[in-house]
Design a protein around this ligand. Structure first.
Ligand code: ZN
Length: 304
């Protein structure tokens, strides 16, 4: 009895937060874990983000490593149930920490980490991460900030097995100042990171409404069959649509308001976009998005 109790305690302390990750197969060799369309909380342990993995003959490539060390370790267990193969590369789409704090787990396993230059700038800050401040200590156990092996300036292509991975920064600033997409031409699948949102409102806090719209246009011009965003469940070839309409509507209404000399103090009342009120995170993010977009559009010249 004593040994049963100690085995239980041991496994409990090794796995403090149970993410219950279930890989969803999008096509042959391509899988994702879909997080909930909500904010980070103690209850979800940061599992509000999408992460994906691609199987090749020589190993896995992971796109975004998730919110914690233990998330990554539980994702890895699921991968090993599919095939006993190593994780060779982890690609980080951008520097928001819900997308990459699983890196240290994969680095320990010998994977090479690839990401944008904004990641390098931001990990030099010696302070608690947003995730660390938002989930429990147990959930965060083992999570470390680690350096990249490869920093992508604009484009970077590599092959693993017989699969080619194209990593591209499509515009200077969209969701952040360093957003990478991962495109697999052979499969016509594109991992868009936070350039694509579904099932919830996005945040423009580090981004650009003009750049985001340009990036969405460039994604569509590649004609992917499958598009996976950083948040939300939709993954068809039109997965850019909801976010595109949200931003286009906001841009149009703010530009009209600017023409009518509406000040920044009045703008959030003018651009409420009530058709989105039922969408998750509207109350938290929409007003702020309108302010950020207003500041940008005030200085923006369409013809430039
Ligand atoms: Zn995100």
């Amino acid at each position: 009895m004593k040994s049963i109790v100690s085995v239980f305690l041991l496994s409990f302390s090794l796995q403090a937060f149970e993410y219950n990750l279930v890989p969803q197969k999008l096509m042959k060799d391509v899988y994702c874990f879909f997080g909930k369309p909500e904010s980070i909380s103690k209850e979800n342990g940061g599992n509000m983000v999408n992460t994906c993995f691609v199987q090749t003959k020589e190993g896995f490539v992971v796109i975004d490593s998730g919110p914690t060390f233990s998330y990554a370790s539980q994702a890895y267990e699921q991968m090993q149930n599919i095939a006993k193969l190593p994780v060779k590369y982890v690609i980080n789409t951008h520097d928001h920490d819900d997308h990459w704090l699983g890196n240290s787990f994969y680095k320990n396993k010998g994977a090479l980490l690839i990401g944008p230059k904004t990641y390098e700038q931001n990990i030099q800050q010696d302070m608690a991460t947003r995730m660390e401040n938002s989930v429990t200590k147990e959930t965060y156990t083992g999570t470390k900030v680690v350096k990249l092996n490869t920093v992508v300036k604009e484009n970077y292509t590599f092959s693993l097995g017989d699969t080619e991975f194209h990593i591209m920064q499509l515009v200077k600033q969209a969701h952040t100042k360093g957003d990478l997409v991962v495109y697999i031409p052979k499969k016509k699948v594109l991992f868009a990171g936070d350039l694509v949102f579904n099932d919830r409102i996005s945040s423009l806090r580090d981004g650009s409404i003009i750049g985001s719209l340009k990036a969405l246009e460039l994604i569509d011009s590649l004609h992917p069959k499958v598009i996976v965003g950083g948040h939300g469940y939709r993954t068809d070839s039109n997965a850019t649509l909801v976010f595109k309409v949200y931003l286009t509507t906001m841009k149009k209404q703010i530009q009209e308001a600017l023409e009518n000399d509406i000040s920044i103090d009045e703008i959030s009342k003018k651009v409420q976009m009530p058709e989105y009120r039922k969408m998750k995170l509207y109350d938290i993010l929409h007003r702020r998005n309108v302010f950020d977009a207003y500041r940008e559009l005030e200085l923006y010249d369409e013809d430039e």
